[in-house]
Design a protein around this ligand. Structure first.
Ligand code: C2E
Ligand code: CA
Ligand code: CA
Length: 640
């Protein structure tokens, strides 16, 4: 055996080893329930098998002239090699289709036209022993015929179409997948070109095996797409998969399962194993759809994709899931009855981007639901949420935010005391939107920080104008989101803004609601203390709507406690309500805080509050929140 043959054998053995490595690791990862993985295994198996034929072929070469048997083996090996190798590039196209989420070729014409070159190639190869159009043997030496060029052209065609599909789905691919596929093309094309130029190089199989190894380590390994602890697909996976379905106009049913009493699980299940819930629920969901169609997007929230695209089937799955939640679940030793809402929708009709699916997953479901399955129009609240979210973004671009002021008065002399700044959003598409609707959304998507900064700046510039002081206003109240207060650097942030305007910090009174988680009191009390040391005032907002009021008042150094309108209103209605209002006032006074009562709408209520000797009043009886110019007019008119 000469050294050239030895080199060929070494190259092919390397290709075989690389192929086997790829197969072994793909199987170890156990991802082979996905079509994509199966195709991958076929691809790499073809390369592995062809390496074997080439090893045998090279080993037999020295004997070809002396032995008829060796010559026959060589011919069989070449025949097998060509037969399988011609399937590699068409198979790769199918692989790219599946990676990009394009799905099956649905129409027959297209399928036929794509298969045509493959069929012709295979026919030429299969009939080669008779026709010798692809290759022939001259003096028992392998010689190319014209048909081999055609087979190369077919390969280039399939690679080209793959590349085209890939570029088309470019936005749906993660950077890692893009890199892996581009790497594949470069290295395979390099191998083909080299071998085309010099037939004796025989590097084609080795480069193919290497390229597929690259594909395996990046695309077929899904480390970034699954949760390591539970093995369930994550948000990122849903994002990329849905994006590619939508981009490729592939219809999919999207089913969202939202457990609404997750706190029950959190309270009872042992804390060391929070993964047990997704694991148990996903195991059930797997009986309905394949594993790779289940995504765990948030704690207690799952999204299923149904790629048959039949709305009736999605509905059926939703019903089965909903019925399952009528029964208890077993988490280790615990047996729990979980509540869930199931939503069904479909892409691309209603779900037009992955974000729409995340609205389903992320938005709190309305509290007053009378159904367990939501579909079609039931999901309009999500569309409204999406619309409001867009309006919030537009608000900053188009200057749609405006600060309104609602005056507050002293009880004893009914003299103007201050004002509360309240945000309004005038949107070009949706009209006026009220804070009760957009503040919770802004708190979720982080825009609340910008809104609160905007209000603070407006108030600072109003104070800076000198008008409030000239009207006898002691301070203006500014609402703060508690979430924002807890962020590091908050105290400095507030000081930086107010110092820009060079105003008296005493003129600003921050309102925070008391529905704060008890564990956060420590951080919060530090923030309140620091800002009070700087001169700001603090009010506790909405007293009486949460449960930890007294503790909060005690722990946090508030100047004023604002009693919520619901307390005032129920005091008018019932004896119990009156007792609650009276004892609240009594307790707050004992803690030496001033008291403001909100929601004063009638003279009768003022009489009731006079008897309790609270300090300040705010409500529609005096004025609704109004634009700054109107507020100035009201303030100038003075006492009521
Ligand atoms: P809040 O801080 O409790 O504000 C008082 C709300 O009660 C205001 O609603 C006000 O219009 C309303 N109100 C005042 N007097 C009466 C009355 O006599 N009768 C009735 N029925 N309602 C009265 P608004 O302006 O819609 O604000 C709703 C909530 O949105 C606020 O409740 C506050 O939690 C939040 N919010 C408003 N502006 C801001 C802001 O700039 N930043 C933050 N973080 N939250 C804000
Ligand atoms: Ca308030
Ligand atoms: Ca309030």
């Amino acid at each position: 055996m000469n050294s050239v043959n030895m080199a060929h054998i070494a190259l092919h053995v390397s290709a075989l080893l690389v192929s086997i490595t790829s197969i072994v690791f793909t199987l170890i990862q156990q991802r082979t329930d996905k079509i994509q993985n199966k195709i991958y295994i076929v691809l790499i198996s073809i390369v592995g098998f062809n390496s074997v034929t080439q090893i045998i072929n090279s080993a037999m070469q020295p004997l070809v002239h002396s032995s008829d048997g060796a010559y026959l083996v060589v011919r069989v090996c070449d025949y097998l090699y060509f037969t399988f190798h011609a399937a590699l590039c068409p198979m790769f196209l199918v692989y790219v289709y599946s990676v990009c989420g394009i799905g099956k070729f649905s129409d027959l014409k297209r399928r036929l036209s794509y298969s045509l070159l493959f069929i012709v190639s295979e026919l030429l190869i299969l009939l080669n022993p008779l026709l010798h159009w692809v290759y022939r043997y001259e003096d028992r030496a392998f010689t190319r015929s014209w048909g081999e060029s055609l087979i190369y052209i077919a390969a280039v065609f399939y690679l080209g179409v793959s590349l085209f599909r890939l570029l088309f789905s470019w936005n749906a691919l993660t950077a890692k997948r893009r890199l892996a596929l581009i790497y594949f093309f470069v290295i395979v094309i390099a191998g083909v070109v080299l071998q085309l130029v010099n037939m004796d190089l025989k590097c084609e199989l080795f480069t193919e095996a290497l390229a597929l190894l690259g594909v395996m380590t990046s695309i077929e390994s899904e480390d970034d797409r699954i949760d390591i602890d539970t093995g369930i697909y994550n948000r990122k996976a849903l994002q990329t998969d849905l994006t590619s379905y939508i981009l490729n106009k592939r219809p999919v049913g999207v089913i969202c399962v939202k457990i609404t009493n997750l706190e029950l699980f959190e309270r009872t299940a042992n804390f060391e194993n929070p993964d047990i819930l997704p694991t148990v629920v996903a195991a059930f969901l797997r009986t309905l759809v394949p594993r790779y169609c289940i995504y765990n997007t948030n704690p207690g929230t799952f999204i299923l994709t149904e790629t048959d695209g039949e709305p009736a089937r999605s509905m059926k799955i939703a019903e089965i899931i909903s019925r399952r939640f009528d029964h208890t679940w077993h988490f280790g030793e615990n047996e729990l009855l979980l509540n869930a809402v199931v939503m069904t929708s479909s892409a691309p009709e209603r779900i037009k981007s992955a974000n729409d699916a995340f609205y389903m997953a992320d938005s709190p479901v309305p509290a007053n639901l009378d159904k367990k399955i939501l579909t079609g129009r039931d999901l309009d609240y999500l569309m409204r949420r999406a619309a409001v979210e867009n309006a919030l973004a537009r608000g900053f671009e188009e200057g749609g935010f405006e600060v309104y002021y609602q005056p507050t008065y002293s009880l004893t002399d009914r003299k103007l005391h201050g004002a509360e700044a309240l945000i309004r959003l005038h949107d070009s598409l949706l009209g006026n939107i009220f804070p009760d609707e957009f503040i919770p959304i802004a708190e979720q998507n982080g825009l609340i920080d910008d809104i609160d900064d905007f209000v603070l700046r407006e108030v600072c510039s109003f104070i800076k104008s000198g008008v409030p002081a000239s009207l006898g206003i002691e301070s203006i109240n500014v609402n703060l989101s508690v979430i924002e207060c807890m962020q590091p650097g908050f105290v400095k942030h507030i000081n930086d803004i107010t110092e820009e305007y060079d105003i008296d910090k005493n003129m600003i009174n921050f309102e925070i609601t008391e529905s704060i988680a008890a564990s956060n009191y420590e951080v919060l009390s530090k923030v309140v203390k620091a800002l009070k040391d700087d001169g700001f005032h603090f009010s506790m907002d909405d007293y009486g709507t949460g449960y930890s009021n007294m503790r909060a008042i005690f722990m946090l150094d508030f100047d004023v406690v604002k009693i919520d309108k619901s307390i005032l209103w129920s005091a008018e209605e019932s004896e119990l309500g009156r007792i609650i209002l009276e004892s609240s006032v009594h307790m707050i006074k004992q803690m030496h805080r001033k008291i403001l009562v909100e929601g004063v709408e009638t003279e009768n209520q003022i009489e009731l509050l006079k008897a309790l000797a609270v300090d300040y009043l705010q409500g529609y009886f005096f004025s609704k929140p109004v634009p700054k110019a109107d507020f100035i007019i009201i303030a100038k008119a003075g006492r009521k």
